[in-house]
Design a protein around this ligand. Structure first.
Ligand SMILES: Nc1ncnc2c1ncn2[C@@H]1O[C@H](COP(=O)(O)OP(=O)(O)OP(=O)(O)O)[C@@H](O)[C@H]1O
Ligand SMILES: [Mg+2]
Length: 279
């Protein structure tokens, strides 16, 4: 099988404080038609890893080592123009704060169509038909193309973001906590939708979440991050049923049972050595 993504030894530091590693020596791979979930508590480096793949790290941050091979090509060696051509076309991304990523003064149809015009040159009737089909694929009536974002519900706006991210049928989708702000029923619908799209388009998905319920639902493989490092990775059944690392065990212990009994157990960090570094 051709490898879709290979991150090798990715290390990210604040430009002004290079000794503080925010992401440390992260390596992972993703195959077409599979989903890798990246889990870990807030601040563990999940979003920075995703932004580094897209080459969208802010200027205050610096990638000091590592390669990001997408379909064999090292994205870290590309210039802005080459990267613009890949973003949105071959790699789609749903950002962590999707509600703020839509432009309030443009119709959702226009916003979905934009990348189709830029990347594929679609215009006029062909563009309209493709936008209508994308809206329907994400479960929104095509007639809503003329609506503005604030005329849609939160769940519908999230679906619009998904339609935008998959418009050009990218080989890979990076989804950074795409359902965190949604209620559980809408979340379940969106996860099902993403899973169907993955299968139908043989798309590889890098899915960031802190929710093990979501992991159990959609992951093929899991990567667990703690303080910028990967502490455990493997197939989903292995990581969920036989977690090896104390942090993974602790995270899983915090997942509530159906009756909520296990909820809100504080994580015991006794396994971390004196430097605050995982043992
Ligand atoms: N521009 C920046 N300058 C300095 N530090 C930053 C910057 N952006 C992020 N960080 C730090 O990098 C670390 C990792 O951030 P990141 O956004 O990747 O976390 P995360 O795992 O996505 O967390 P969350 O689950 O809350 O989204 C955090 O400690 C954060 O404070
Ligand atoms: Mg994040």
């Amino acid at each position: 099988m051709t490898e879709l993504l290979r991150i090798e030894g990715l290390t990210i530091v604040p430009a002004a404080m290079p000794e503080r590693m925010l992401v440390k020596d992260v390596s992972l791979t993703l195959q077409p038609g599979r989903t890798t979930c990246v889990v870990g508590e807030s601040g563990s480096g999940k979003s920075l890893t995703a932004l580094a793949v897209m080459q969208l790290l802010s200027k205050q941050l610096k990638q000091i080592s590592g390669r990001v091979l997408f379909q064999g090509q090292d994205l870290t060696t590309l210039n802005h123009e080459q990267m613009r051509d890949i973003r949105g076309k071959r790699i789609g991304m749903i950002f962590q704060e999707p509600m703020t990523s839509l432009n309030p003064v443009l119709t959702v149809g226009y916003q979905i169509g934009e990348s189709l015009t830029v990347h594929l040159g679609l215009k006029g009737k062909a563009l309209k038909a493709r936008v209508a089909s994308l809206l329907e694929q994400v479960g929104i009536p095509a007639t809503r193309a003329d609506s503005y974002p604030d005329e849609l519900s939160g769940g519908q706006r999230q679906r619009v973001m998904i339609a935008m991210s998959i418009a050009c049928e990218p080989a890979m989708l990076i989804a950074d906590e795409p359902t965190t702000a949604l209620d559980v029923t809408v979340q379940a619908q969106i996860l099902k939708l993403l899973d169907e799209l993955k299968t139908r388009m043989n798309m590889g998905m890098l899915f960031i979440t802190h929710d093990f319920g979501v992991v159990a639902d959609i992951a093929d493989d899991v990567v667990v991050m703690f303080r910028g490092e990967i502490v455990e990775s493997g197939p989903v059944a292995q990581v969920l049923n036989q977690p090896q690392h104390p942090y993974t065990k602790a995270l899983l212990a915090c997942v509530p049972d159906a009756d909520g009994k296990k909820a809100l157990q504080p994580i015991d960090y006794a396994w971390i050595d004196g430097d605050g570094v995982p043992a």
